[in-house]
Design a protein around this ligand. Structure first.
Ligand code: THU
Length: 136
């Protein structure tokens, strides 16, 4: 049976990520991030960054989206991030590791600025030689 490439609805994902970004709690950095995960059942799990007065407790948008996905018992098909920055930003190192836990190495990650610049990677490009359960 032929495996057909999955068409990722990036536009729709970025629109959802922008809505998530607008919910960010980022009073300290003022850097609002929205992230959504397109899940294997076609649904979307969203997250925003949530900062804390104890700065180190901040949780990134991507990891909050992963938490929502796990709560729904789903698997990731694609990740979309929206930031208000001069260029599209990839997920931080901690979020790459968390995404690698749940996604295949080809998991597509897209990022867009509010001004409309876009970039795409796979999680393997962002985190080569990831530490995974295969080592345990
Ligand atoms: N942030 C994210 O939400 N995702 C990333 O991948 C990078 C950084 C957040 C954390 C913090 O609230 C703000 O952006 C500035 O670092």
């Amino acid at each position: 049976m032929a495996v057909l490439p999955v068409e990722i609805p990036w536009q729709q994902l970025f629109e959802a990520a922008e809505l998530a970004r607008q919910r960010a709690h980022a009073p300290y950095s003022k850097f609002q991030v929205g992230a959504v995960i397109l899940c294997d059942d076609g649904s979307i799990s969203a997250g925003c960054n949530v900062e804390n007065a104890s700065y180190g407790l901040t949780v990134c948008a991507e990891r909050n989206a992963v938490g929502a996905m796990v709560m729904g018992g789903k698997k990731p098909v694609a990740v979309a991030i929206v930031v208000d920055s001069k260029e599209p930003t990839p997920p931080c190192g901690m979020c790459r590791q968390v995404l690698a836990e749940f996604g295949a190495s080809e998991l597509p990650v897209g990022s867009r600025t509010v001004s409309g610049l876009e970039a795409r990677w796979t999680i393997a490009e962002l985190l080569p030689h990831a530490f995974t359960r295969s080592f345990l």
